[in-house]
Design a protein around this ligand. Structure first.
Ligand SMILES: Nc1ncnc2c1ncn2[C@@H]1O[C@H](COP(=O)(O)OP(=O)(O)O)[C@@H](O)[C@H]1O
Ligand SMILES: [Mg+2]
Ligand SMILES: [Zn+2]
Length: 273
C-alpha cells in the first residue's frame, strides 16, 4: 500500500532485470552507448564472427537460433500476438491508412540503425491491428538486429511503477523499471487505457524522456484520438487521458500514424459464417 508519494522521482538500480536475455549482453551494450555499435551485437559488432581468446574466430553466438529465442522470450510478447508479422498484416485495396501504417513499420525495420529513436504512434479504433503491427515491428527488429525488445501494456507499466515505489527509501526501485529504460525497442500498448496519478505519471514521462534522449526506439499504440468527430462527440481525447505534456512530447519523438477501418476480428468472423 502506498501511503505517500515520492517528493521527486529518484531511481536506484537494485538488481538485474527480469527481461535480461543475457546480462553480459546488457552490460556490454550499455557501455557502447551513443554509436551504431549500440545496435550491433556486442560480441561480433555485426560481423557474425566472434573472437575467442586463445582459440580463434568462430561463428558468433548471436547467429544461433537459441540466442534469438531468448531475446523473443525476454520481450514478453503476449501469446495471442506472437503470430503477428508484417507479412500477415492484411491491407485491402481501399484501406489506404492500413497500407500507410504497414509502410511506416517497414521503414522503421529497414532504417532502424539511422532513425535515432524516432518512433511511431499508432492511433485508431479497436481491432484495426495497431497492436499487431507494433508487435510485428518488435519481432522483426529482434530477428534482424538482435535488439533487446520489450512489450508492455500502458496500464501494466503504470502499475509496475506504482509497485516500484519503496516508502523506506522514498525512491522508485529500478529493479523492475531498468529494462523499460534500457530496452533497445519498447512497445507501449494502449496508451491512455489507464490514467496515471501524479507521481506515477511523472515517472512515466521520465521513462519516455530518458528513452528518447538515449535514442532508444519506442512504439506506442492508442485507441484515443487527437480530435473529436464533431463538437457533440463525448469521447475523450488522447491528451485528456495522458496529459498535454506527454502528448506534446510524443509529437516530437514519434510519427503519428492513424489507422482507420472496421474491427478485423468482426470481419474475419463474418467471413467464416
Ligand atoms: N490488417 C490485419 N491483418 C491481419 N490481422 C489483423 C489485422 N488487423 C487486425 N488483425 C488481427 O486482429 C486481432 C486484433 O488486432 P489488434 O492488433 O489487437 O487490434 P488493435 O490493437 O488495433 O485493437 C489480432 O489477432 C490481429 O492479429
Ligand atoms: Mg491493441
Ligand atoms: Zn554477434
Amino acid at each position: 500500500m502506498i501511503s505517500s508519494k515520492p517528493k521527486q522521482n529518484r531511481f536506484r538500480v537494485v538488481g538485474s532485470s527480469p527481461a535480461d536475455a543475457d546480462s553480459a549482453v546488457n552490460q556490454d551494450r550499455d557501455s557502447a552507448a551513443g554509436t551504431d555499435a549500440e545496435n550491433a551485437c556486442p560480441y561480433c559488432f555485426g560481423t557474425g564472427m566472434e573472437v575467442v581468446p586463445g582459440v580463434g574466430a568462430r561463428r558468433c553466438r548471436c547467429q544461433s537460433p537459441d540466442y534469438r529465442e531468448r531475446l523473443f522470450r525476454a520481450a514478453r510478447i503476449p501469446p495471442r500476438y506472437q503470430h503477428c508479422t508484417i507479412q500477415n498484416y492484411v491491407t485491402g485495396d481501399s484501406e489506404i491508412s492500413k497500407w500507410v501504417a504497414k509502410r511506416e513499420a517497414d521503414r522503421i525495420i529497414n532504417d532502424y540503425v539511422e532513425i535515432n529513436g524516432q518512433g511511431l504512434l499508432f492511433i485508431g479504433p479497436v481491432g484495426v491491428g495497431k497492436t499487431h503491427l507494433a508487435v510485428a515491428l518488435l519481432s522483426e527488429l529482434i530477428e534482424r538486429y538482435q535488439v533487446r525488445g520489450l512489450f508492455y501494456q500502458f496500464g501494466a507499466l503504470l502499475r509496475q511503477i506504482q509497485d516500484s515505489y519503496n516508502p523506506v527509501s522514498q525512491t522508485s526501485e529500478m529493479k523492475v523499471l531498468e529494462p523499460v529504460f534500457n530496452a533497445d525497442v519498447l512497445v507501449l500498448d494502449e496508451l491512455g487505457a489507464s490514467k496515471p496519478t501524479d507521481w506515477v505519471g511523472d515517472t512515466m514521462m521520465q521513462i519516455i524522456n530518458t528513452r528518447y534522449n538515449d535514442k532508444r526506439l519506442t512504439i506506442f499504440t492508442t485507441n484515443y484520438s487527437d480530435k473529436r468527430k464533431n463538437e457533440s462527440d463525448p469521447t475523450k481525447l488522447l491528451e485528456d487521458r495522458i496529459g498535454v505534456a506527454l502528448r506534446s512530447r510524443l509529437y516530437e519523438m514519434c510519427k503519428t500514424v492513424e489507422i482507420e477501418g472496421e474491427d478485423y476480428r468482426k470481419r474475419t468472423l463474418a467471413q467464416t459464417v
